[in-house]
Design a binder for this molecule. Structure first.
Ligand code: ZN
Length: 593
């Protein structure tokens, strides 16, 4: 027995010693991986530090996971860090159990990185069960995009922001494809946006917060807010946000010591001229989220305030939204459901708004006196804010809008499969599309693009159209097996209509997805067409009258024989119907039109 016992003891002891050493090594690895937040020293986290910090949290906590949703243009993945107290990470299941979802998007502009640091601090505090943060997670899921614009955040420099007070190094505004991602939510030309869409629709957040730092005027506030306008959400959700949630957020921020004000977009040169609230078109985060009845809030901390304060103010805002969600989450879920149902049955959609400058409210504003002095650089007048002369003044706040273009939805749209870039974007945005089972001719409503203007220079990679005028025409159109029927009884109707109606502010047409139909493909030789043109006039008295009338009143036309032949060619069967015809069709068979 003795002979066996001694080696046994030795084995047990060496096992324990080995375990101890392993534990020490493990501890050291953990400590090495622990990334210090350095916002107090005017430094922001790099991309690698942020991801490494979230990986560590994922390893340490069963209630947290760092997920991946496809790629970004940089080749690196789009990450999402999720905190779920029950350890359940299935969004469908969590929604069924009444959980609500708050999503925070950071680093869309890596030059404004305060949210990157604020979110990591917040995630650590939640998982460290600081104060009542852990309690907020009882029925709320927190989703954090550590850094959305990965490519831009890898382009670090102390010179990426000319007028900003830190941090020492900043990322660049555009992504790896030189796209501004906060203009790319409509065209979705970046992989970042396409991956974001899949992530967004997987989690279907109640609230989406997009964190920024702003430039512009000088004033006393660290934090400003670009919210959804109440008009651009279904009434039950818009009114609730405006009357209940927004006042709560302003009060909570005041209590935190970081007073907040609506985003300072002055009507004139300084804020005293009045501020305006915007409606948010789909290219922006705020415009994208609201199309899916997600209340979307853009925080804009102020460029002159110390980086530390911008981080902490953003932290307090995230805290305020979670506190609100904790207290009112059941209501938020109910209103989201009611809004989705509203959108599903909604018949009319506003495509364009115009601000009503006759209506305004007064807003108490903490600013600085402004003065104009002589510039020592240009010799001209320059603007200067006097921080030694702070004031509180009432300024007009313009936030009333009237609809200027409203359309009635069709029963369904028909999208020929040839437009696969559009079909792809619809499908990643949760749009249900039914492929036609066989070739078929259908009687549909077609739009002709009667007039449009195009910007002279590219905007985020595309030449945008504007001032688009259309004419409708009923036509028999040949469709093919596999072309898509898109019914307008969907939860994502607002998205369908705003992207597919050509006159909408950020439609696919606006963004140049259908430019090929704007170029005529077939022409005629005048000397050959002459004979046919004569026959047309001989056989059609109405046409001849129209032709003669035009010649009589339009001098230029009367003196241009090519224009006259072209007038007849355009009215002949040789003229192809597809020229300037918008290639998505509307079916309006039922009585809703
Ligand atoms: Zn920004």
């Amino acid at each position: 027995m003795k002979n066996f016992f001694i080696p046994f003891i030795v084995a047990v002891l060496s096992f324990l010693v080995t375990m101890f050493i392993f534990k020490q090594i493990e501890k050291r690895t953990y400590n090495e991986k622990f990334i210090e937040l350095r916002y107090e020293e005017n430094e922001s986290l790099t991309y690698y530090e942020a991801i490494s910090a979230y990986k560590t949290l994922d390893e340490q906590h069963n209630e947290a996971k760092l997920l991946t949703y496809g790629k970004t243009d940089s080749g690196k993945p789009l990450n999402l860090f999720v905190i779920s107290k029950t350890g359940n990470f299935s969004p469908e299941n969590l929604r069924e159990r009444g959980f609500r979802v708050v999503m925070v998007n950071n680093g869309i502009h890596p030059g404004d990185p305060c949210g990157i640091d604020a979110s990591l601090k917040f995630a650590r505090d939640v998982l460290g069960q600081k104060d009542n943060l852990w309690e907020f997670m009882d029925s709320t899921i927190l989703c954090i995009v550590p850094i959305y614009n990965v490519g831009g955040s890898l382009d670090q420099s102390p010179y990426n922001r000319a007028n900003q007070n830190g941090p020492k190094m900043q990322g660049f505004r555009a992504n790896a494809r030189y796209l501004d991602l906060n203009r790319d939510f409509a065209p979705m030309d970046s992989k970042n946006a396409q991956s974001f869409a899949q992530m967004f629709h997987h989690w279907k957040p109640n609230l989406l917060i997009d964190t920024h730092t702003t430039n512009g005027a000088d004033y006393q506030y660290v934090m400003t807010l670009i919210p959804n306008h109440w008009l651009e959400l279904p009434p039950m959700l818009g009114n609730y946000y405006d009357e209940v949630m927004e006042p709560y957020l302003y009060k909570a921020m005041e209590k935190s010591g970081y007073d907040m004000i609506p985003y300072v977009s002055p009507m004139g040169q300084t804020p005293e001229s009045g501020l305006e609230q915007w409606v948010n078109s789909p290219r922006y985060t705020t415009g994208y989220g609201r199309m899916f009845n997600t209340i979307t809030l853009m925080t804009e901390s102020h460029m002159f305030k110390p980086f530390r304060d911008r981080v902490l103010a953003t932290y307090e805002f995230i805290n305020a939204t979670l506190e609100f969600t904790h207290e009112n989450g059941a209501m938020l879920n109910r209103l989201k459901d009611e809004s989705d149902n509203h959108t599903k049955h909604q018949k009319e959609f506003v495509l364009q708004w115009e601000r009503d400058s006759s209506k305004f409210e007064m807003l108490s504003f903490k600013g600085y006196e402004a003065e104009h002095i002589k510039s020592e650089v240009t010799g001209d007048e320059r603007l200067r804010y006097r921080r030694d002369l702070p004031f509180v003044k009432d300024v007009p706040y313009y936030r009333h809008y009237n609809p200027v273009l409203t359309i009635t939805k069709p029963d369904y749209y028909i999208l020929p499969q040839a437009w696969y870039e559009v079909a792809h974007r619809l499908s990643i945005n949760d749009v249900k599309m039914e492929p036609l089972p066989s070739d078929t001719i259908m009687e549909v409503e077609a739009y002709y693009i009667e007039d449009y203007k195009t910007r002279m220079r590219p905007y985020n990679g595309r030449y945008l159209h504007y001032d688009i005028e259309v004419r409708k025409e009923m036509q028999s159109v040949q469709f093919f097996k596999g072309d898509f029927i898109i019914h307008t009884n969907q939860l994502v109707n607002e998205f369908i209509v705003e992207m597919l109606e050509p006159q909408a502010y950020d439609s696919y047409f606006t963004w140049g997805f259908f430019n090929s139909v704007l170029q005529r493909k077939e022409y005629f030789s005048p000397y050959v067409f002459e004979d046919y043109a004569k026959q047309m006039l001989d056989n059609n008295a109405d046409l001849r009258n129209e032709f003669e009338r035009k010649k009589a009143i339009d001098k230029e036309f009367a003196s241009n024989n090519y224009a006259q032949l072209n007038f007849l060619y355009e009215r002949s069967p040789f003229f192809h119907k597809g020229f300037r015809r918008y290639p998505i069709f509307r079916s309006v068979t039922s009585n809703n039109n």
